[in-house]
Ligand binder design. Structure first.
Ligand code: PLP
Length: 398
């Protein structure tokens, strides 16, 4: 029987594991021993659930998008992670990991961020819990997601602009790992996606699984059945997608569509479509698909969206693609931008650029009128207004 779950060693099929420098062995082992016990602990669950409810505002609504449904000839529900406190799904994971760090006696929190949403979420939880917070962010992203940098600083976090590589998410992650290597004893590294060494991909997926837990209940209320025909989400590292599909992984009635960033097009050399373009390699402690050249040098990814331009992919998703459990579509910049404006005009919802890639995939699927589709809007578009305005009058797109 096919399995899509992680095994004891942290592998999903051929992907995953923990390929880490010697100096981090103790911290990763400590985390591996702690995470399942803590997540299953009644006291932890109570505190986590209460914060998700009263601080984040969960459950996030499952909204039947009537006009979007008419356009695509099926019934489309939007899972509104954009309505969470701080504006994206990232807060579900940040709260869980900072609570875990506190239980492990860690005083200092570090994080990497691309679009800034994970950085803002981590800085927010650190403010709430009175903990020191340092966020690494590529300089390119600091410039294109300026408002989020200012939010993090207002929340009391130190934002370190990273100037190596093409100054985006990969480079920020490298710097965060370097910091962790220098402060292994007192520092907890809050990874923002289902990437990194085991146990991070599994832990982040579990913390985001509240999304599919709610979808089951909400679909039952709306439709009298607890599963859709399609689940759709964008994938950067994979956390909002992991949360969306977690409780449906073994339910083959449900088709899974993942949207990765095609950038200017998968064949142009300016892309972040890792599942289509990647080969087996190791990045940030995990064996997974990696965009690399013939010598194994990691290629610089490109996407208009700061949260999706990562040259790796979560090992869970690499396995789902390899096992053909998920269909992975590349959605290009122009298609995502077009879809963002479409959602805005049809439903009055401005999505994050990342989420717009999931919306851009709607056009690529042949739906039946009876199909029920749940698409996760992972975040809201406030942080992307400058980019949207820049493209608004671009005749190449509209
Ligand atoms: C709103 C939003 N959606 C999606 C992503 C992509 O991350 P993931 O694939 O982990 O959900 C990001 C990353 O920054 C984001 O900010």
């Amino acid at each position: 029987m096919k399995t899509y779950q992680v095994n004891q060693e942290g592998f999903y099929g051929d992907f995953g594991g923990a390929y880490i420098p010697e100096i981090l062995h103790r911290c990763v082992e400590e985390l591996r021993n702690a995470y399942r016990k803590v997540l299953a602990d009644e006291g932890f669950q109570k505190e986590y659930d209460a914060l998700l409810k009263d601080y984040v505002g969960r459950p996030s609504p499952l909204y039947l998008a009537q006009r979007l449904s008419e356009k695509y000839g099926c019934k489309i529900y939007l899972k509104r992670e954009d309505l969470n406190h701080t504006g994206a799904h990232k807060i579900n994971n940040a709260i869980g990991q900072v609570l875990l760090a506190r239980r492990m006696g860690k005083k200092r929190i570090i994080a990497e961020t691309g679009a800034g949403q994970h950085g803002v979420a981590t800085a927010t939880v650190c403010a709430l819990m009175g903990m020191e917070c340092v966020v690494y962010m590529g300089k390119t992203d600091v410039e294109r997601q300026r408002v989020n940098v200012e939010r993090m600083q207002m929340l009391g976090a130190r934002v370190e602009a990273v100037t190596s590589g093409n100054m985006t998410l990969k480079d920020a992650t490298n710097e965060a790992i370097r910091d962790w290597c220098c402060h292994p004893a007192d520092t907890y590294y809050v990874i923002g996606s289902t990437v990194g060494p085991h146990p991070y991909p599994d832990m982040v997926a579990r913390l985001q699984s509240v999304i599919s837990k709610e979808i089951k209940k909400q679909l039952m209320e709306h439709e009298g059945r607890d599963y859709p025909d399609y689940l759709m989400a964008c994938v950067g590292g994979g956390s909002n997608a992991a949360g969306t599909i977690y409780h449906y992984l073994d339910d083959e009635r449900v088709k899974i569509i993942l949207a990765e960033a095609g950038g200017k097009g998968v064949e142009t050399g300016l892309s972040a479509a890792t599942i289509q373009l990647g080969r087996l390699g190791i990045i940030h402690g995990s064996k997974t698909l990696v965009m690399q050249d013939e010598d194994g040098q990691i290629l610089e990814p490109y996407s208009v969206s700061a949260g999706l331009d990562y040259p790796g992919i979560g090992p869970m998703h690499a396995n789902l693609a390899a096992q053909k459990r998920a269909t992975v579509l590349a959605v290009n910049d122009d298609e995502a931008l077009w879809a963002a404006f479409e959602l805005t005009r049809l439903e009055g919802i401005i999505p994050a650029l990342e989420s717009a890639h999931a919306l851009g995939a709607l056009e690529k699927v042949k739906f039946q009128p009876s199909d029920i589709v749940v698409l996760t809007v992972s975040g809201r578009g406030d942080k992307d207004i400058d980019t949207y305005l820049k493209y608004k009058n671009n005749p190449e797109i509209f």
